[in-house]
Design a protein around this ligand. Structure first.
Ligand SMILES: Cc1cc2nc3c(=O)[nH]c(=O)nc-3n(C[C@H](O)[C@H](O)[C@H](O)COP(=O)(O)O)c2cc1C
Length: 185
């Protein structure tokens, strides 16, 4: 079964983006895909900022990308673009690290005015690294993400949840395996 790497590019500890990425991964895991999670905020900041590609933890993260057949890459919208944290990590990956891998881009943001960040900012970067296909992205308003204080799983409001489910189905369509099961999960 295909491996899907779930990446959050948010620097936040209690991150809506990370929650949305996990929600995107749930139906893929339920359909039998092997999912793995990577929070860029957990990588060593010094190595990221100094582009120390010899750092063992950056090398291990790059190996996890290499082992993946597909990725969900999530980012918060910061200043009308994707996060600098995510960019700093993409910059230290090998140039064609995403070659032939399907990628679902996902963003959370405070304003619908910036929903196109996925298409004008993130999609070209992913394409330049060889991602193919970059499937239809999903923008989720931060207000649509509920993170219960009691530690229960995060939820999306019904409208965002339906759009995320569609986006995940399109990623599933790009993978070998039980596409119908992804849609139904
Ligand atoms: C420094 C900063 C800049 C932001 N800039 C934007 C922006 O330009 N457009 C937007 O829609 N939301 C913006 N936001 C809101 C975040 O994108 C939004 O709250 C997001 O869900 C946060 O994700 P997180 O919980 O993973 O940190 C900004 C938030 C911060 C902290």
């Amino acid at each position: 079964m295909p491996r899907v790497l779930l990446v959050s590019g948010s620097p936040s500890a209690d991150s809506r983006t990370a929650a949305a990425v996990q929600l995107a991964g749930a139906p893929l895991a339920a359909a039998g895909h092997r999912t793995d999670t990577l929070a860029v905020r957990d990588l060593p900041p010094d190595a990221l900022l100094r582009a120390d590609t010899a750092d063992p933890r950056l090398r291990e993260a790059a190996a996890r990308v290499a082992a993946a057949d597909a990725l969900v890459i999530g980012t918060p919208v910061y200043r009308a673009s994707f996060s600098g944290l995510l960019k700093s990590w993409l910059d230290v990956l090998p140039r064609h690290a995403l070659r032939g891998k399907a990628v679902l881009p996902l963003a959370t943001g405070g304003s619908l005015a910036h929903a196109l960040v996925l298409d004008y900012a993130l999609r070209p970067v992913l394409g330049s690294m060889g991602a193919a296909p970059v499937t239809q992205g999903c923008f989720v308003l931060d207000a649509a993400v509920t993170r219960p204080a009691d530690g229960a799983s995060a939820r999306l409001d019904p409208e965002a949840s339906a759009r995320l489910a569609r986006a995940v189905t399109w990623l599933g369509d790009a993978l070998p395996g039980p596409v119908a099961a992804v849609a139904a999960a």
